[in-house]
Write a new protein. Sequence first.
Lengths: 333, 485
Amino acid sequence: MMRISVGDVSMTNVLARQGAELRAQVQRASNEVATGRHTDIAHVLRGDVAPLLAIDASLSRLAALKTTTADAAFQASAQQSALAGLSGLAEGITMTLLGARDFPTPAQVNSVTADARARLSSAIGLVNTQASGRAVFAGNATDTVPLGTADDLLTMLETAALGATTAGQVAAAVVNWFADPLGYGTFYQGGAGLSPVPIAPGEDADLPTTALDPAIRATLAGFAMAALVDRGVFAGNDDERSRLAQRAGQELLTSGDTRITLAARIGVVEAQIEAAHTRNSAESTVLGILRSDIGSVDPYEAATRLETARTQLESLYLVTARVSRLSLTEYLR
Amino acid sequence: MSITSALGSALTGLSATSRQAEILSSNVANATTPGYARRDVALSAAVLGGTGQGVAVNGITRDVDRQLLGERRRAEAGEGDRDIRSDFLARLEQALGTPDSAGSLAARVAAFDQALVAAAGRPESEARLATVASTVRDLTSGLATATDDVQDARVEADRQISEQVGKLNSTLAELEELNVALLNFTGAGRDISALLDKRQQLVDTISTIVPIREISRDLNQVALYTTGGVPLLEGRASVFGFASTRLITPEMTQALGGLSGLTINGRSYHTSGSASPILGGTLGANFAVRDELAVSAQAKLDAVARDLVDRFSGLDPTTAPGAPGLFTDQGSAFLATNETGLAGRVQINSAADPQQGGALFRLRDGLGSLTAGPPGNGSLLSALHRALNQAQPLSSTGFVSGNRSLATLTGELLSDASTQRLAAQTEQSFAASRLTALKDMEAQNGIDTDQEMQQLLTIEKNYAANARVIQTVNDMIDTVLRIGA
């Protein structure tokens, strides 16, 4: 039998289905407007989420590198300021020591060598600098200060120089002791140089300088020679005392070059850290923009979609209300 | 006597219209009942002794489009199949995480990477070493949770199979009884529409589980076969057999033992592949989830876990060769033969985990070191970071071969899950829209109350007309009687 009819349930089904679909659209769009994120990011990327994950991983690594570059920069600048302090101490006394043989009175030698001994203490204090709880010249033994006291140092030097009869012999004994792994090497309490610190993806900053560096050894040796005079080496022998003081001045003078070389070396690393830091921030900005390009919803587009869905849903409500009144039963009264 | 025969005809008309009203009221009452097919009263002219004698009710016809019904059933089975598959894949995607979820596996790998960089920058910091340890634990627990989710999905599928097998058996038994009842009723000439409705509903139940072909036999009997060709109901109902498993571990599969297969009347059948007669419905989909989709998902997770373990073994100079590295297989070294289920077992080496009596300094100084070394020594931490990001070949199958870093591998794992989920959802929405279209067509053939009301008007008019005929015949007879008086 050919029938001309449409079942009641058919209309109900169609309206219910369209209503559910539109409500889902409204929900999705309103969620996207509110959060700025795609409801289904995988759908937007057609399933290939790997690039987005790679961006996220890079961003999180750059966040860690931000702290490590700051740490490394702090370490380098603490080393630089300690070196600058050492240079200041050395330069303030070098010329006076060099003129020690021309002093009119032996008392002047006394005062300048006493000054040198005080400066030795200050120099050791500078080498023992700690930056945020980390001894900067102690290598990887960051928890120990690298050097002992000036008095201990001088006592060990006196022992090393025992039997020396001329200023030249004492100076040579001091220089040898500083070069000797069993001399200064045992006085040094720190560890091997710090291992390289990651500062950028695939790039490390190397800051291995310890108190064993020749520049620091030579500077300390210079102060120590003059300080030995103050400790009473060649007591009564004014000629040898002033000779040794002058020799100390020469040692400090030549150590200036090695300090400058060391400062320059650390400066290069500082520049590298700074460059890496700048590069990292630029990279994380770019990645952040890329991340929001790929992973975020265009708010205008989402709002437009919401508005469209809303209008459609309202129309559907109107249609539902009208259609459900269309029934023959209503008119058969 | 033609006047009395006119009276008789009018009476048949009255009874036919009241029968029509009865059926119509039933139609209107069941306007929204699912599975109710519209009934119609079949009328014909009654013939008595070669002449027309009013109207005869031939019976009640059910208005069913068999072709549409069969097609809708197959669409429903297909939709159920796609639904279960895409549900599982969506669940898997959730378990692994998406770029927008904070606890995704990729985010955990990135956090581990971040912690290693920070710790290498300042190895003496206890806080940074503790972060490394906690990110390692997060990573292993992420893998373990994903494994649990995958295995839970298998348990759930297994439970559903068992439930569906039970439903199939009880429904088939009911259908067998219905067939008998229909045979008796048909023989007795009674109205069988309600029984036919009931049977249609029962067959619908079966057809969502297994796609079927319904074959009509004489005397309102049906036989049911799966589209794969196995008889479900041919006089007698077939009996399905399945034993459910409460706890499923990654090592258990149907092929390697531990999980039940499917039997029909005692004979076992394939549950996958072209030889399987039960594919295409929810039953086949649940078998596919349990034995294929979840197993391959687990293999991929295990490949990632193995890559993780491999990267960090043999790095540490303080441990003996062959000793476990930072990641262990439940505390001991990983053996290549134990790859299945590794993702659920991988753990942080207890020597470096303060929660298991270890010490954090071993992350920096080596897992075998007895005492803490120089606190500023970051070389091992840097080596760990390099190992994490080194592109190296995979030891396991499951992914396309090639050199990858762990982050890349995890990214591929997540992308793969998302791609599969999207593909399955696309298929699912195709299947769903096909089913919707067919259901709409079926609904259009359903009860239209407007049409019923129109018919009601006709019935009312007919009834009045027949009554009028009786009244007129009565008047005529009265007239004849008055002549004699």
